[in-house]
Each structure stands twice: as C-alpha cells, then as structure tokens.
Design a protein around this ligand. Sequence first.
Ligand SMILES: [Zn+2]
Length: 248
Amino acid sequence: MATQTQDALSSQPVTQASQTLAPSSPAAVTGTQGGSSEKEAKEKKAFERWTKTLSLITGIGLSKEEFQEEVDKIDRKQCELRKEQLIKTSPGVRFMMNNLVKSGCPLTKNMLECGPCDNTKSGGFSKDHGILLCQNGFFSKKHQEHTMIHEMIHMYDHCVFNMDWDNLRHHACSEIRAAALSGDCNWSREVRRGFYTFTKQHQECVKRRATLSVQGNPKCPSRDAAEKAVNAVFESCYNDTRPFDEFY
Ligand SMILES: [Zn+2]
C-alpha cells in the first residue's frame, strides 16, 4: 500500500499542475502540455492511479465489491510480505518451523496461507489444510508473528500427540499451550493493558483466551463447558512447554 500511495502522489499530474498553474482536472493537465502523446498517456495513467488511490481512501467512485477487492489485495500483499519476513527473521517462528521438521511434520509454504476471515479471527489450523493467516485480522506485525507461532503449536501438537480435536479437553490443552507459548499473553502486552503481576496475569490471560477458542469448537455446547475443559487440564498443559524450554 505504501508503494502505491507513494507512486501515485509523486507522479506527474501534481507537479505539472503546479508548474503550469492549470486547474487540477485530468483534461486540463494534459491539455496545457500540448506535448507528445506518449507523455500524455503516461500522465493519464498516473492520474488514473492517483484517483484510484483516492477512491480507495475515500471509498468514492468504487462499488462496494470493487472496494473490498482492492482492500483484500492490499491485505494479502502485506500478510504475504510479513510472512516471508517473519519466516526469515523471527526466532519464535524459525524455532517452531525447525521443530516441526524435527517432528516429521514440516510446514511447507502452501500450508501457510494468507486469506480473508471474519472479523473475530486472526488465524486457524486445520489438520487437512494447514495454517490460515487472517490477512484482515492483524493489527501489527507482532500480532501476525504471535498468530503464526500459535497456529504452529497446534500443528506441532497434532503431529506429536494423539490429538482428537472433537474432545474438548484435548482442544483445551492445545489452546492453553498455544496461548501460553506464542506470546499472545506476553509480559509487555499485559503491562500495556495495565496489569502488573506477571505470573498470575499471564495465567489468567491464557485461561481467558483458551476458553474463548474452545467455545468456538462446534462440539462445545456452552461457555461453561469450555471453562470446565480448560480448568480440568490447565495445570498440566500450562506447564508443558514443549518444544520450548520455557515460556518464550
Ligand atoms: Zn488456537
């Protein structure tokens, strides 16, 4: 998105208009030049790009579907770019990828996909399709990083343990581990939220997030059932930090 905006704003029409003091309509800009048609065409293209960027910002001049299509494209591009960067530079992502290889379940690139999701999600793991990264669900690169690690922990659990995702206790255990180890509940985020006692708050955050995720399991009848499943396995699963030595 940054590239597109920069392109559009630094391109010809603006400069030309100020040089010639012409009104800022496309006809006027190209009309006052009287130059080669190649130049005109170039300026017209730049202007179209520029108005498209403006349309995208204002939403004027695009249908709802066109607007969504453009937003999806931009989201996907950013998600893909960050994914590549994180695979190269994030210690947590690299650590998990290495451990998936070691466990006999390597994560190939086509198993780590960016796509649009409903607004409440940031990612998902499916034993058949791999990991989905919600391109419209991240509020920062850090958030995407934590989500990648979170989903990789589910994948690791599926690979290493005999997981039955329909069993709420199994699911709860994996959610507890994913929330605890991914950085979802890490210290700096909790401090930013105004909490000061690390250990207790970390556990509370893990419980809260795990419960919410288990609630999303189609086999889960109620919030109460989710809470029960989380509480039943919390101690053992919270303390099982494999493949990490301790909380990342
Ligand atoms: Zn999860």
